[in-house]
Design a binder for this molecule. Structure first.
Ligand code: PGA
Length: 259
């Protein structure tokens, strides 16, 4: 059977109102039924999630939380537990996004969040990425460390519930021209699969989908798919603009239909 690709929309702290969120959601909903070769996931702010979830009864589109707490319950003001997010029909969760790491999330926290998410049977989008690419290649050991630490104690069986979003921090939130080159994306995804192979085994390692994120736009998504050796995208700013996002969905659906 052909493998489906992934396009995951990370809305971050956007849009401003629930009315705007609904508008964006309806635009996506209207096309999603035709995208047979894709797993399409939207990750709106958690405060809009339950409302949007209620407006959808199909199966093609899934919903993701942008973050969860690793704590189970209790006195953690402002936090959302994995169980709470699951109870409103969320099936994916983004863990370890660089913007959360910038707010103080450590490698250890990321690992604990993965453990909490696995307990609630989430599909986890684990984000990793280097701040800069130095000519000595020390970014590779940085990526290896982020990956190994996030997966500490995660069994081979649980690996089936994890996707990796490789997002070089220097390429996030820019214009499409500043995204990483497909060739570099390909090299990095091979490197990450190799590390997974060292931790687990070849078969389980290569079964882990690696997505790319960082200024994915209509202008560059096709070449990234053709040359990047990836299973899809985590899309930030372009997922907030209907025409851009629909274009990325269409191109990706065609690519995975033919690959
Ligand atoms: P961007 O964001 O597409 O705006 O670069 C990607 C992300 O941070 O997930």
């Amino acid at each position: 059977m052909k493998k489906k690709g992934y396009v995951i929309a990370n809305w971050k702290m956007n849009p401003d109102t629930v009315a705007d969120a609904k508008e964006l959601f309806f635009d996506i909903k209207s096309v999603v039924g035709r995208l047979k070769n894709l797993n399409v996931v939207i990750a709106p702010p958690i405060i809009f999630l339950a409302e949007l979830r209620r407006l959808y009864s199909g199966r093609q589109l899934e919903f993701g939380a942008q973050n969860i707490s690793f704590e189970e319950k209790g006195s953690f003001t402002g936090e959302t537990s994995a169980k709470m997010a699951r109870s409103i029909g969320t099936t994916y969760v983004i863990v370890g996004h660089s913007e959360r790491r910038l707010m103080g999330e450590t490698d250890k926290d990321v690992n604990k969040k993965i453990v909490a998410a696995l307990l609630q049977k989430f599909t986890i989008v684990l984000c990793i990425g280097e701040k800069e690419r130095d000519s000595q290649g020390s970014y590779l050991s940085f990526l290896e460390e982020e990956l190994r630490s996030a997966l500490t104690g995660v069994s081979k069986k649980s690996l089936k519930h994890i996707l990796i979003a490789y997002e070089p921090i220097w390429a996030i939130g820019k214009t499409g021209k500043e995204a990483m080159s497909p060739r570099d994306v390909h090299e990095t995804s091979l490197f990450l699969h190799k590390i997974l192979m060292q931790i687990y085994d070849r078969k389980s390692a290569f079964a882990v989908p690696i997505l790319y994120g960082g200024s994915v736009e209509p202008e560059n998504n096709e070449e990234l798919l053709h040359g990047g050796g990836i299973s899809g995208f985590l899309v930030g700013h372009a997922s907030l603009e209907t025409s851009s996002f629909l274009s990325i969905l269409k191109t990706s659906n065609n690519f995975f239909g033919n690959s």
